[in-house]
Design a protein around this ligand. Structure first.
Ligand code: SF4
Length: 326
C-alpha cells in the first residue's frame, strides 16, 4: 500500500488524476488505512491549493414543492418531510442574505432554488435583479444552482453578473436511476456541459451515503473529470425524516475522509468543497477534511438543515493554520 500511495501521489502532483482502474485500486484500501492516506492527500492539496480555503454560503431562494423524486431530498413534494415551502423570495431578501454571508467571511455565494428548473419569467427577473444588486454591493463571487437550465436562460443570468453555475450530478450514471426516476442523468450532464461551454466556473459533485458502491464513486469522479468541472462539492447524506432514505447516517467519519481523498487523487487540481452533512457524518473528524484533500467548505446553514456556528469553522481554520481565500 505504501508504494501504491506514493505512486498515486506522484501522479497527482503531476496534475494527472488517477485512472478509473487506479481509482478502484485506491478504493480497495481498507478504510482503517485512512491515516496512511492523509499525508499524501494533504501534500497534493497544499501543492495545488496552498493554505487558503474557499468558503461558500447559500440561500434557499425557493424551497420545497419540487416535482422530482430524488430519494435523499426533503424538498420533493412527494415526501412528507415537513420542510418550509415557499416560492421565489424577493430580490432584496437574496441580497441581504448575501451581505450576511460576506460578513461571516464567505467568498462565494450561491442562490439555490428547488425544482427541476427555474422556468417562470418572473423568477428569472428576480434572479437577474438580485445578481445585479449583488454585483453592485458586494465583492462576492456570484453563483447559482437553479436546476436544468437552457442556454438562453444561462445567457440572461450571465449578462446579469452570474459567474459560477452549480449543478450536481449527485451520483454515478449507473446508480442514478436508483435515486431518481423523474429525470434522466443525461439532462444533468447536458446542463453541466452547456455551463462549461458558456465559460462559467462550474461546480458539480454529488452526495454520498445513498447506498452507492465505491465503484459508483469512482465512476462519478471519472465523469466529472471528463466534463472538466472546476469544483466538486461533496455532500454526505443527512437522512431527512419522511424521505425514502430516512434513518441513521450510513457513513463512518473515516469513510467520508476516504471519499474526499479519492476525489483529490482523481481530480488533483480541482477545488473540492465539503458541503451538506459534514457535521453529522464527520463529527469530531471535521478538521481532517483538509488533510483528506478538501480545499473548501460551505459555511452557515444548508438548504433545509442548520449548519454549525460559522465562528466555530473560522476557529477551526485558524487552529489548522489555514485561512479563508483572500
Ligand atoms: S434534489 Fe433538487 S430536483 Fe431533486 S427533489 Fe430535491 S429540489 Fe427537487
Amino acid at each position: 500500500m505504501v508504494n501504491m500511495l506514493k505512486k498515486f501521489e506522484e501522479k497527482a502532483l503531476r496534475g494527472e488524476g488517477l485512472s478509473p482502474e487506479e481509482g478502484r485500486e485506491f478504493a480497495r484500501i481498507p478504510t482503517e488505512g485512512i491515516f496512511e492516506i492523509l499525508p499524501h492527500t494533504d501534500r497534493i492539496r497544499r501543492h495545488f491549493k496552498g493554505m487558503e480555503v474557499n468558503l461558500c454560503s447559500i440561500v434557499n431562494a425557493k424551497s420545497g414543492l419540487c416535482g422530482e423524486d430524488c430519494s435523499f431530498c426533503a424538498q420533493s413534494a412527494r415526501y412528507d418531510s415537513k420542510v418550509d415551502t415557499y416560492t421565489m423570495v424577493p430580490a432584496e431578501r437574496i441580497v441581504s442574505s448575501a451581505l450576511e454571508a460576506r460578513g461571516r467571511g464567505a467568498r462565494e455565494f450561491s442562490i439555490v432554488t428547488s425544482g427541476t428548473k427555474v422556468a417562470r419569467r418572473d423568477d428569472v427577473a428576480i434572479l437577474t435583479e438580485a445578481l445585479r444588486s449583488m454585483k453592485e454591493k458586494t465583492d462576492l463571487e456570484r453563483c447559482a444552482s437553479l436546476g436544468i437550465l437552457d442556454r438562453g436562460t444561462l445567457r440572461e443570468l450571465k449578462d446579469a453578473g452570474l459567474e459560477s453555475y452549480h449543478h450536481n450530478l449527485e451520483t454515478s450514471r449507473s446508480f442514478f436511476p436508483s435515486i431518481c426516476t423523474t429525470h434522466d442523468y443525461e439532462e444533468d450532464v447536458e446542463t453541466v456541459r452547456t455551463a462549461k461551454e458558456m465559460g462559467f466556473y462550474v461546480c458539480s459533485g454529488g452526495i454520498f451515503g445513498l447506498g452507492e458502491s465505491w465503484e459508483d464513486r469512482v465512476e462519478l469522479a471519472t465523469t466529472l473529470r471528463e466534463l472538466d468541472v472546476d469544483s466538486v462539492p461533496i455532500n454526505f447524506l443527512n437522512p431527512r425524516p419522511g424521505t425514502p432514505l430516512e434513518g441513521p447516517v450510513r457513513l463512518t467519519p473515516r469513510e467520508c475522509l476516504k471519499i474526499i481523498a479519492l476525489f483529490r487523487f482523481m481530480l488533483p487540481e480541482k477545488d473540492i468543497i465539503v458541503c451538506g452533512g459534514r457535521e453529522v457524518n464527520l463529527r469530531g473528524l471535521q478538521p481532517l477534511i483538509f488533510a483528506a484533500g478538501a480545499n473548501g467548505m460551505m459555511v452557515g446553514n444548508y438548504l433545509t438543515t442548520k449548519g454549525r456556528n460559522p465562528e466555530e469553522d473560522i476557529e477551526m481554520l485558524k487552529d489548522l493554520g489555514l485561512s479563508p481565500r483572500a
